[in-house]
Design a binder for this molecule. Sequence first.
Ligand code: NAP
Length: 473
Amino acid sequence: MPEQHPVRIGGSEVTTAESTVVLSPYDGHEVARIPVCGPEHVDRAVAAARAAMAEPLPPWRRAAILDAAADAVAAHRDELAHLIAEEAAKPIRTARTEAERAVLTFQSAAIEARTLTGEVVPMDGAQPGDGKLAFTLRVPRGVVAAISPFNFPLNLVAHKLAPAIAAGCAVVLKPASQTPMSAIRLHEILMDECGLPPGWVNVVTGSGGTVGDPLVEHPDVAVVTFTGSPEVGWGIAAKAARKKVGLELGNNAPLIIDASGDWAAAAAKVSVAGYSHAGQSCISTQRVYVHRSVVEDFTAALVAKVEALVVGDPLDEATDVSALISPGETARVKAWIDDAVREGAQVAAGGEQRDRLLAPTVLSGILPTMEVSANEVFGPVVGIAAFDELDEALGLANDTRYGLQAAIFTKDLDAALRAASELDFGGVLVNEVPTFRTDQMPYGGVGDSGNTKEGPHYAVREMTHERLVVIAR
Ligand code: NAP
């Protein structure tokens, strides 16, 4: 039987009597065996994090660790990409891009560590402040509990660890049970090659109920940073009422293409943006509202590109789309496609399932009431609907409980400005798909998409508080 791969808590390697077997979503082969941690491991990990914070790391050391992390992730790019591809069935080229993005995440956090500062307060602007000098200091809030999802098992872990290190906060990380190995390996690299002392990051593996709940509720945890589904995220916020809770949740990202928009460029981008990692991205392009005058052209261009996508083994360099994370998820997405067809949508491409693989699918004539429109598909499905007036398209795009990112293709400045002011989302993109993200930008949603912004510059501010210092003459 293969050996269990330990996790690290404080300076120790931890194994448990029981193992969780991590399986490839593509062909079911065993990727690794990992510990099944329990509440006692959460207690140990939080205690190790508190002990680490008792000896603060000065900002220049945090920056040096983060610079080293960027270099080390770059050096381990292929190894990390291979792990992501195996455990998440993310096609290897896309997995490599994720590893490259994690390099940028660490680089950008190193800049924050070097420049994090408070502000000077103009005390003498009001008479009672006369003669007083005041400024704020950015102080680490305390131990951070980081909980990450399966779909970016490396870079979304980096988006939690890197700003926490920059902020001077120690972390207890609970990675997704389906994809823990990228996180475990990153942790080893940080400790063994980048100078991260024991206790600053601790990993506990186990289910949401067994380790997630005690972690979120632990009295010595000050900050919870969570990326995942709205159901779990808002549940955590309710349980952690006295903590700082940052939630990055789901979306059903809309894209508008108006009559002036470059529909051919949009089709080329959507053929990637709707199907990357089989649509399992929180900003996967899902609903496309196209002006009636160009909807046929756009649909034909998109279908031609989608039918050329290579579906198969994530470790094959040629593959564009592989399996969804589990057979249960594949069955759910297939059922949503079938329901949409029963309710009047037409399959313009794909629609069928072969074993664990769902064909990249384009649906025409989607309605707001269909599951594939109203909820987050999280599968390789793009739905199209025609519109006549921009008002109608803006209304359809806004008709959602989510609000992460939305986009418009247009050459009309007025339409672009209206989209920017009227689309009720955390980010609005013009002549780009809603799936665009670069790692230093402020990224986060409103409504059921969350309550915070990630990107190291923003996350560091969530993980610190501003202490006011007043000096009287
Ligand atoms: P999920 O089921 O909500 O799980 C996310 C994490 O929460 C996992 O580590 C999970 O552990 C843990 N968890 C589950 N129950 C918990 C509990 N009671 N207490 C504490 N932790 C608990 O989400 P997912 O299926 O992995 O990811 C997909 C979702 O993430 C989608 O909705 C997607 O849109 C969203 N997402 C959002 C962003 C963003 O930045 N806005 C980015 C990526 C993904 P187990 O794995 O052990 O169950």
